[in-house]
Design a protein around this ligand. Sequence first.
Ligand SMILES: *[C@@H]1O[C@H](CO)[C@@H](O)[C@H](O)[C@H]1NC(C)=O
Ligand SMILES: *[C@@H]1O[C@H](CO)[C@@H](O)[C@H](O)[C@H]1NC(C)=O
Ligand SMILES: *[C@@H]1O[C@H](CO)[C@@H](O)[C@H](O)[C@H]1NC(C)=O
Ligand SMILES: *[C@@H]1O[C@H](CO)[C@@H](O)[C@H](O)[C@H]1NC(C)=O
Ligand SMILES: *[C@@H]1O[C@H](CO)[C@@H](O)[C@H](O)[C@H]1NC(C)=O
Ligand SMILES: *[C@@H]1O[C@H](CO)[C@@H](O)[C@H](O)[C@H]1NC(C)=O
Ligand SMILES: *[C@@H]1O[C@H](CO)[C@@H](O)[C@H](O)[C@H]1NC(C)=O
Ligand SMILES: [Zn+2]
Length: 699
Amino acid sequence: MMMMVVMVMVMKVMMVTLPTDSVIFPSPVPEENDAGYWHRLMRKEVDEALNLHHNTKIAKNIILFLGDGMGVTANTAGRILKGQKAGRSGEEGYLAWERFPNTALLKTYNLDKQVGDSASTATSFLCGVKSNYETLGVTGRVKFGDCPSSLNPTNQLHSLLKWAQDAGKVTGLVTTTRVTHATPAALYAKSASRDWECDTSTIRDGAGRCKDIARQLIEDSPGRDMKVVLGGGRAVMGAPSNVDDDYDCYRTDGRNLVEEWKQEKERRGEKAAYVTNTGELLNVDLNSTDFLMGLFSDSHLPFHVLRDDNGPNETPTLTQMTQAALGILKKAEYGFFLLVESGLIDRGLHLNQPVKALEEVVQLDEAVSMALTTLNLEDTLILVTADHSHTLTLNGYPPRGNDIFGTTMYDRITDGLPYTTLMFTTGQGYNYYYDGTKAVRRNLTGIDTTHPDFTSLAAVPTTYEREVHGGEDVAVYALGPMAHLFHRVHEQTYVAHVMAYAGCLGPYLHDCPRPLITIPADAYTLAQAHHSDQVTPSDHSDHDTTHSDHDTSHSDHSEHDTTHSDHSDHDTTHSDHSEHDTDHSEHNTTTPLDHSEHTGVMDHSEHTGGMNHSEHTDHSEHTGGMNHSEHTGGMDHSEHTGGMNHSEHTGGMDHSEHTGGMNHTEHTGAVWVCAEEVRIDVGGGVLAEVGVKAGHFTG
Ligand SMILES: *[C@@H]1O[C@H](CO)[C@@H](O)[C@H](O)[C@H]1NC(C)=O
Ligand SMILES: *[C@@H]1O[C@H](CO)[C@@H](O)[C@H](O)[C@H]1NC(C)=O
Ligand SMILES: *[C@@H]1O[C@H](CO)[C@@H](O)[C@H](O)[C@H]1NC(C)=O
Ligand SMILES: *[C@@H]1O[C@H](CO)[C@@H](O)[C@H](O)[C@H]1NC(C)=O
Ligand SMILES: *[C@@H]1O[C@H](CO)[C@@H](O)[C@H](O)[C@H]1NC(C)=O
Ligand SMILES: *[C@@H]1O[C@H](CO)[C@@H](O)[C@H](O)[C@H]1NC(C)=O
Ligand SMILES: *[C@@H]1O[C@H](CO)[C@@H](O)[C@H](O)[C@H]1NC(C)=O
Ligand SMILES: [Zn+2]
């Protein structure tokens, strides 16, 4: 085996690469050089895609996992690191979220910047509205630092935190940064500057009238009503601490906001716990605790790679914090909304230190994997995304399995010096000197580039820790109810809207109808094929919201879910699609109906499959959002496709008229059920009978 690796290396040297001292991890797939392996693997992947089901349930729970600064490059490098930590080459594997059924790209610009920051981007994905650079929870009318305009209620935004609480859900926040830092603050703060985390900085900036972010967290709704707040930030909260930290936003008003937080909960008759280390966190009786706050550091938590051990006096891992949060939130009858931020990815990248950053990606992977095994994936919407990218690059052409933190060489590199796979266009890693004739870069030979403190090269120098963000799109990975609403390039603000729609929250509290029953999967694929070369964005969204899958395959879901609960990288459990195939054979795929027309807006002229049109007096009314009260008695159900109000449809249907080759019981079109009806009437009624069948996880 070792010989083979060496021989492959030598061959590659002849072509493009020169030897380096980086470790090469072996591929775990001996048969990957055979075409048959790839054909079989891809066939399985095609089958998985063909059997994807749209889960149109209402999301009881919503978790947003946020990798701060986790651009696509960091994601790819994190994937490779995950594999290499397990001794594999790594490229062939997946991070937990990379097996989610739906992925899309998000535009992260700010209203006033081509490349955004965490505060404004978090406002986008948590409040659903774009805003200005470094502002929190306010509209674009508020410029950075403009305290007076941020106090105008018409300029303030509500976030998913409030929407979830208003709908009776419990809420929480887990982060490896200060709990008042940009990303979490967008949940609860309205601030013209993300820097106003404590009173000292508001006063410094002449914004004393504006309440600092820490006070907004513990004094105001919705921040003070979060059941779980776990992260760092004792200094901004005025809580006593022994930790010596370089963050200087200490309170000058002498208040201890943690103590005030606890007292307020006790006044409410709630049991509140405050913890400061792993041991205390793990000892909390989650069953009997109503409110949990954990502040494990003065400022941000330490990088995972720098934590001493897993002892009780250490800071907890992201997974331990997430587990504790879920232990409290899962008790809620009406579900929860939780934000989990792996916030130090961003800090590591700002330092140009890939080891620190990417180990935090792997930490996020661990936390997401844990959540996948402990939650009901049928009624929990799980999103993983990033707020913005960084100027990290992944350079060619290291050999397969090359240590992701290692170096490589290429014969077209003109200075003959090795270079790291990962490097930056900006940052403190700028490291050139002038030898009298030309700029010379650092000779990395013999340097341990895998050390956490190794600072990678940057093309343009910055001050300490100030590598800049990158402006390309970030990915969002989605699983669970309404995950399929992510399907193209979206504005980042769309994330808040999908979460709200999925859970019937905020703007969608009374406006989240969903197609509960749709057409057979075989017809779905025909329609997809038909649309592929003529799709327009608006066609496509029509298409997506009305098509999912057919009834008969739903009975298999529980079995699939069990099979797929193993999120291993090499999923060999997806073999049995035969049940689905059998089910599909019930449908005659050569039906004269044009399935591509079977979207929410139906044209009667397409219905040539044996229907008696003379019964329908006014075809113009048979379009999307059709008012069913005009169609009483003797109707063919195939007409009931366009946004029909199910509660009005009380009978008189004649299925026998439907002779177009489709089994009508499976083709009842898009039946829209109002969210409130579902929640109130349907706890076990219509949803239990129809909607519950819609979910399927193939990841
Ligand atoms: C907490 O409640 C769950 C569910 O009721 C129970 O299974 C578990 O044993 C309880 N744990 C403790 C520590 O009481
Ligand atoms: C880089 O350093 C190594 C080890 O000191 C040395 O052998 C090599 O010649 C150096 N390369 C260049 C181009 O100076
Ligand atoms: C499907 O329906 C068409 C048209 O009615 C018919 O010609 C064909 O034989 C049917 N095929 C199957 C498999 O039932
Ligand atoms: C269509 O429906 C009308 C009204 O119910 C009926 O008179 C006519 O016979 C039907 N035509 C066919 C072809 O079934
Ligand atoms: C449905 O039609 C009835 C009768 O024409 C009308 O009173 C009602 O407002 C319509 N409803 C909607 C939602 O259009
Ligand atoms: C239509 O499908 C349902 C559900 O699978 C089945 O019970 C029924 O017998 C089918 N009807 C026809 C006419 O095939
Ligand atoms: C459906 O109809 C019921 C009864 O007419 C009405 O109360 C409800 O608002 C309607 N829902 C929608 C989404 O139009
Ligand atoms: Zn940043």
